[in-house]
Design a protein around this ligand. Structure first.
Ligand code: NAD
Ligand code: TYD
Length: 362
């Protein structure tokens, strides 16, 4: 068995579904999803595998080390794949406390449980165990236009409370390898997009707002650059690192696909114009520049040479193909969007976008 923390969130649920459906999947190796089901965790994300005999679920806060250790002892997994986190930069600016709790204290609690569990194993079971920590490129800070992309040896320089909390968790994971010999591997990935992403993040927010005729809020001058990777490619990279990554190593995962925010939004509008014309002219008419995010990182870019060379991983989707799939998925899943954008979500939009919120709330 493997454990997947945060498996009801965006990337975690994609990982679990892909894991259970992957070629050669062993039906006798189930997945136990541990998830606290915060606003970002949704069991509907796992609906396609709900009846799969390989799926088990525990509603579990990772901060409860004793409960996690009891689950580890009971199920004896060969790996923990750790996605659970608070993941949205804007939320971390308005309320950093939850980020410190889940991302730092939660990762610490999980590491403590994994250390105790690993210490009790012997022989091949002990040798085979892996703790895979899923992290982000945001720990490296911001790049100027002319600077080379982040490598695994780029100095950490996190700028948001989210990035700082992830950086702290990466350091703890590293320390558990060096100090206690816990067999960890860390992945640092660029911005993901794809099905089941909560519509607070750029791409799903723009799709959802456009379809409802609402404003498309672009922060600052819209020239910030992100390196976009389709979620399925990220999940394949994680599987490859789990299979062949060297303990104690970190692997950058990215799409070699840098795009300015305004160009992301324009491409979404152009695809929607083609796939779901609304009769009122291009969706681009809804683009609105709004006040910038405080401390907004200018550019992220990942150099993924190491994982390509060592593990033979490469992204399969281009931005064009990945975005088309993503938009098609959101067009087909209006019910999912309606369900997750409930009352609590609207309160968040009012807090985050202030006066501009009326444009979101219709
Ligand atoms: P998400 O916010 O969609 O999902 C997070 C999941 O963690 C949710 O299911 C939530 O219920 C769960 N969770 C939160 N607090 C918990 C707790 N205390 N105990 C147990 N479960 C808890 O996040 P995501 O976008 O899927 O990101 C997953 C991981 O990947 C995160 O660690 C994030 O830092 C990392 N990452 C994300 C991106 C991206 O673009 N989204 C890029 C690189 C790395
Ligand atoms: P986001 O999806 O929040 O990811 P991150 O901040 O982790 O990179 O944002 C991606 C980019 O889009 C980032 O530069 C901020 C910008 N952005 C907007 O311009 N408007 C928005 O409403 C949101 C949510 C993000």
């Amino acid at each position: 068995m493997i454990f997947v923390t945060g498996g009801a969130g965006f990337i975690g649920s994609n990982f679990v579904v892909d894991w259970l459906h992957r070629e050669g999947a062993a039906i006798d190796e189930p997945v136990l999803v541990l998830d606290a089901l915060t606003y970002a965790g949704n069991l509907a994300n796992l609906a396609s595998v709900r009846a799969h005999p390989g799926l088990q679920f525990a509603r579990q806060d990772i901060c409860d080390s004793a409960a996690v250790l009891a689950l580890l002892r009971r199920h004896r997994p060969r790996a923990v794949v750790h996605f659970a986190a608070e993941s949205h930069v804007d939320r971390s600016i308005l309320g950093p406390g939850e980020f410190v709790r889940t991302n730092i204290e939660g990762t610490f609690s999980l590491l403590e449980a994994a250390r105790a569990y690993h210490g009790e194993r012997t022989g091949s079971e002990r040798d085979a165990f892996r703790f895979l920590h899923v992290s982000t490129d945001e720990v490296y800070g911001s790049l100027e236009e002319h600077e080379p992309a982040f490598t695994e040896t780029t100095r950490y320089a996190p700028n948001s409370p989210y990035a700082a909390s992830k950086a702290a968790s990466d350091h703890l994971v590293r320390a558990y390898f060096h100090t206690y010999g816990l067999p960890v591997v860390t992945t640092n990935c660029s911005n993901n997009y794809g099905p089941f992403q909560f519509p607070e993040k750029l791409i799903p927010l723009m799709i959802a707002n456009a379809l409802q005729g609402r404003s498309l809020p672009v922060y600052g001058d819209g020239q910030n650059v992100r390196d976009w990777l389709y979620v399925g490619d990220h999940c394949r990279g994680i599987r490859r690192v789990l299979e062949a990554g060297r303990p104690g190593e970190t692997y950058n995962i990215g799409g070699r696909n840098e795009v300015r925010n305004i160009d992301v939004v324009r491409r979404i509008c152009a695809m929607l114009d083609e796939l779901r014309p609304d009769g009122g002219g291009s969706y681009a008419r809804h683009i609105t520049y709004i006040k910038d995010r405080p401390g907004h990182d200018r550019r992220y870019a990942i150099d993924c040479t190491k994982i390509e060379r060592e593990l033979g991983w490469k992204p399969a989707e281009s931005f064009e193909t990945g975005l088309r799939k993503t938009i098609a998925w959101y067009l087909d899943h209006a019910d999912w969007v309606a369900e997750v954008t409930s009352g609590k979500y609207r309160a968040w939009v009012a807090l985050q976008y202030g006066d501009a919120a009326s444009a979101f709330q219709g």
